[in-house]
Design a protein around this ligand. Structure first.
Ligand SMILES: [Zn+2]
Ligand SMILES: [Zn+2]
Length: 142
């Protein structure tokens, strides 16, 4: 049985491995995610940080999250791919770019967040949870 979740950049230099399934999956429409991902929104899976789960060299981009606490986006130092982010408001969790995760991971978002900053061309499907800013729960501790 393969319970290992793995994310990596295009060149493979920066990789993440987790032995537990993600605790939350979100679509984030905030401007920072738009800027970093180069997409109208970012698909993120939050995993509990594990010892030595991250391997490789990264470039960190410091920003301030919606909570006012710092967050850090991490790109591969070679291919510049955005792979994951750490958010001080979410201690112990890593927000991983869902597009960089391979099977058995399947992207099944529980909510769309920061829809107040949503790109105008993006339509959110009906019937999904939406939050204009950060969700009112902490992923993994609802
Ligand atoms: Zn790379
Ligand atoms: Zn965001």
């Amino acid at each position: 049985m393969n319970n290992t979740y793995r994310a990596q950049c295009q060149c493979g230099q920066l990789a993440l491995t987790f032995t537990q399934a993600p605790v939350a999956q979100l679509v984030c429409h905030c401007r920072d995610c738009q800027t970093i991902s180069g997409m109208p929104y970012a698909k993120a899976a939050f995993f509990k940080a594990e010892e030595q789960c991250a391997q490789g060299e990264f470039k960190a981009i410091e920003m301030t999250g919606g909570s006012g606490k710092p967050k850090q986006y991490r790109r591969c130092s070679q291919c510049n791919d955005f792979v994951y982010a750490t958010v001080d408001a979410l201690t112990g969790l890593l927000g991983v770019a869902a597009d960089r995760l391979g099977p058995p991971f399947e992207f099944q978002p529980m909510a769309h967040v920061w829809t107040s900053e949503k790109a105008p061309e993006v339509d959110i499907p009906q019937g999904v949870f939406q939050f204009p800013k950060a969700p009112p729960f902490r992923p993994g501790k609802q």
